[in-house]
Design a protein around this ligand. Structure first.
Ligand SMILES: [Zn+2]
Length: 304
């Protein structure tokens, strides 16, 4: 067991593994680096985006971060171009990295990729309906859900607002996952960033489903775009009331260097949960569920 700087054992359920290959693919796809950097500067708390060069050892850099802050393990979204690199990282540092394969349902090998994720020992898959222009309930996706169930993979979905410049919010409503959740009662679904603006919808899903959880990851700046005032503390209060501690899963949405592991997010969210514990009768056990156990239960992952 690893004890973090805040004094508890922490597993980060949501982060991104980027390497030189990631940037290379973005540029090859015609994305303007300038545009990406502008959006990062204006729409995130990152400030600058450091472009990795070929000598970056992303695995070692992440390990140094985990050790620096005392994080037991971290779950990474994995695109095909970093897949092999990430597999090596997991072998070099067993028990520290969970993997979630980014799946594009429009590609011919989508189901094969889900299968490969299972065979390679990944813990989940990630779907991005608003970026891929599809509804999560579309029956075209059912073979993907079937394979995820077969491989015992968690299905992570990004709904709501996003840094992706071309995303279509029409596909970003978390209610789209209600029907698949009903049709696959033994498959677990995790909605990123409390629904990133569709908070009300995610809270309603807590009532309507038993196999949907929400992750807490990122700065949750979506709260700025709500018609009422919210704070991190208020978000946790609502989420815990609607979902109970077993359906709230901590994550940071860490991605790039030099920022590295977003310790400020861990600190902020931990303090928020701590502050509401006494009056709402949450215990250390609830904190342990949120910051560690939930993601391990959902994935079967055993950290070092
Ligand atoms: Zn993310």
């Amino acid at each position: 067991m690893v004890i973090s700087k805040i004094g508890i054992d922490v597993v980060d359920a949501h982060a991104h593994y980027f390497t030189f290959q990631t940037i290379k693919r973005w540029l090859d796809s015609g994305a303007s680096l300038n545009r990406i950097q502008q959006r990062v500067a204006h729409n995130t708390d990152m400030g600058t985006l450091t472009i990795p060069d070929e000598n970056w050892d992303a695995g070692q850099m992440w390990m140094d971060e985990l050790d620096k802050y005392g994080i037991s393990a971290i779950g990474m979204m994995i695109s095909s171009e970093v897949w092999d690199d990430f597999n090596q990282t997991r072998k070099r540092f067993p028990g520290r990295f969970m993997g979630y394969a980014n799946i594009d349902p429009a590609s011919d090998d989508a189901v094969d990729l889900v299968k490969r994720a299972g065979k390679d020992g990944f813990q989940g898959i990630k779907l991005y309906p608003s970026s891929g222009n599809y509804n999560a309930y579309d029956e075209k996706l059912y073979p993907i859900y079937e394979e995820a169930l077969r491989q015992k993979l968690l299905v992570i979905l990004h709904f709501g607002i996003t840094i992706g410049a071309t995303a279509n919010l029409r596909y970003g409503n978390p209610l789209d996952i209600q029907k698949p959740a009903q049709d696959f009662p033994d498959l677990n679904f995790m909605i990123a960033h409390f629904g990133a603006g569709f908070f009300r919808e995610v809270l309603m899903l807590m009532y309507q489903t038993h196999n949907v959880v929400m992750d807490t990851s990122g700065s949750n700046s979506w709260m700025i775009y709500q018609p009422y005032d919210l704070t991190i503390t208020k978000i946790f209060e609502k989420a815990l009331k609607a979902g109970s501690a077993c359906r709230v899963v901590f994550g940071t949405d860490s991605s790039f260097f030099p920022r590295g592991f977003r310790y400020n997010i861990l600190e902020e969210q931990y303090n928020a949960v701590r502050s509401i514990c006494p009056q709402l009768c949450y215990s250390d056990n609830d904190i342990n569920l949120i910051f560690r156990e939930n993601i391990l239960r959902l994935t079967g992952f055993k950290p070092k």
